[in-house]
Design a protein around this ligand. Sequence first.
Ligand SMILES: Nc1nc2c(ncn2[C@@H]2O[C@H](COP(=O)(O)OP(=O)(O)OP(=O)(O)O)[C@@H](O)[C@H]2O)c(=O)[nH]1
Ligand SMILES: [Mg+2]
Length: 215
Amino acid sequence: MSKLDHDSAPPPPRYRAAEFLTSAGKLSQCPPDDGWEVAFAGRSNSGKSSAINSLTNNRKLAKTSRTPGRTQLINFFRLSDCQRLVDLPGYGFARVPQAVKREWTRNLENYLRRRQCLRGLVLLMDVRHPLQPFDNQMLNWALASEMPVHILLTKADKLNRGPANAVLHQVEAAVGPHRDLVSVQLFSALKQTGIEELIAVLDRWLTDVPAIAGD
Ligand SMILES: Nc1nc2c(ncn2[C@@H]2O[C@H](COP(=O)(O)OP(=O)(O)OP(=O)(O)O)[C@@H](O)[C@H]2O)c(=O)[nH]1
Ligand SMILES: [Mg+2]
């Protein structure tokens, strides 16, 4: 896509119109690198597929599973001709063979490094186990490449309000120095809470027209 195509923003995305587009095992299998894309990343079992299903109000869209490591491919969901959601393979599941793990990591890194249309990363963490080593690795990568990150503290229904808010404040404090790039919220796919807050962030990213040097 030429720079001129970015001059006007697309309309607000219609999440409920989301459709499965394609799965990619590697970068070369991804859809054309144009328009606006937001990716959901996080440890295996953190609730990525469930969050996408809540957001799109479609329980069958992204496959969810009690068995970690269910989503092994990069899955693309189309919102419009120029806007997509991406369900990234979960990370950090011990029972997957080392060679397979290395391959996932390579594909994930390639996607994150090279995908020009990526406008932001939703980073999901189980509210009971926030900021694990992989989460910090993803955060550091995003900060280094100035990629905006929105942290979803998932499965908030597993904690009472007080303890859940305590985790929220703890994570907010940890990312505080990077407030310009990183935001945090509580989320529950089970109770359908936090969806409006998530949509507000995604609407912004999926319609953002980057300033073009020289304009
Ligand atoms: N209680 C509760 N369980 C949830 C919530 N979100 C997801 N789960 C459960 O957590 C498990 C994993 O959810 P998935 O959405 O498949 O997780 P994922 O991050 O896509 O996992 P991978 O595809 O393996 O990377 C499933 O059993 C879900 O039902 C939530 O908000 N509350
Ligand atoms: Mg999944």
